[in-house]
Design a protein around this ligand. Structure first.
Ligand code: SF4
Length: 303
């Protein structure tokens, strides 16, 4: 089937099956086009919660679909390719959390939403890159174990210097690959461009950035900026929305490594197949789901 036929068929199936399609900014542009809502993890988790549809088709990686299922256990949550998984979500272990709890009496375990349900269940509160600083600031605990992204943890620590914030050794391989050298080269080739960076980048890169923010904040920044040239330090999929919002503006990426291979596993064909077969469906163990829900709800409350 060609992509126009696929798009039409998906649109009919959505109506027929009472389904809503949610897509992250990092999936392919074609998939973003057929989605009812496109956004970052926080926005999509809100949309999943608010939706009245019986079926949610989550076009993103596993932890996102899992979070939707945890927040809406009575809904059917489908993932067009259930092998699309975020490697960073698995970079912290329950043992490390247990050890941190033993080491500090006054400790909050703060987990980035890019984590497995099992890790959320062991945490006090979830955060996203958009709300992490505010939520950590407002916690009463002085010691914060920020998991599983040491880069975002270091950024939060720089914004909340009065707390003792430490992390496990985890990071996003797509953002962590960006080096000072590649930014310097991009700046040399585009001296008028502003550097916009996602806080999953290493602190070296963040120190060179003109603006640091979540995917949504980067898109909003470009829309309202008078500048017309930007060096983008995040995953390539964001260009689809940036090109829509920032018509006639120039965006510079570094190389083909700014691609999240897991996000790219979601294709139009797989979305179509998923709506036809109502598979693969996401399930979360009941006990884990209830505990993880507390951490997610705490985020929605504090954010
Ligand atoms: S871009 Fe990085 S953090 Fe996001 S899903 Fe891919 S690997 Fe995970």
């Amino acid at each position: 089937m060609n992509s126009d036929i696929l798009k039409n068929s998906i649109s009919k199936l959505k109506e027929e099956k009472d389904a809503i399609v949610l897509a992250h900014y990092y999936v392919d542009g074609d998939v973003q086009e057929i989605a009812d809502f496109v956004g970052d993890s926080y926005y999509l988790s809100q949309k999943a919660l608010e939706s009245d549809n019986k079926i949610i088709v989550f076009c993103g990686v596993h932890f996102m679909a899992e979070s939707a299922k945890i927040l809406s256990p009575h809904k059917t949550v489908l993932m067009p390719d259930s092998s699309a998984d975020c490697p960073m979500a698995h970079m912290v272990t329950p043992k490390e959390i247990k050890k941190a709890r033993e080491d500090y009496d006054d400790l909050a375990v703060v987990c980035y939403i890019n984590s497995t349900a099992q890790i959320k269940a062991l945490s006090d509160v979830c955060v996203t890159s958009a709300n992490a600083v505010n939520i950590v600031k407002n916690l009463k605990e002085e010691n914060i174990f920020f998991i599983p992204d040491k880069n975002l943890g270091q950024y939060v620590a720089s914004q909340v210097p009065d707390k003792n914030i430490f992390s496990n050794d985890g990071c996003c391989p797509v953002h962590n690959i960006l080096t000072k050298n590649c930014i310097n080269e991009a700046i040399a080739s585009n001296p008028d461009a502003l550097v916009l960076a996602h806080p999953e980048c290493s602190f070296d890169i963040l120190e060179m950035a003109d603006f640091i923010g979540s995917t949504t904040s980067i898109i909003e920044y470009v829309s309202s900026s008078k500048h017309n040239s930007f060096i983008i330090c995040t995953e390539v999929g964001i260009l689809h929305q940036l090109n829509k919002e920032g018509k006639n503006k120039n965006f510079h990426l570094f190389n083909e490594q700014q691609v999240c291979q897991d996000m790219k596993k979601i294709t139009l064909e797989k979305v179509y197949n998923s709506l036809v077969s109502l598979e693969p469906e996401i399930h979360v163990n009941n006990d884990i789901s209830l505990k993880a829900k507390t951490a997610l709800e705490m985020m929605h409350k504090l954010a």
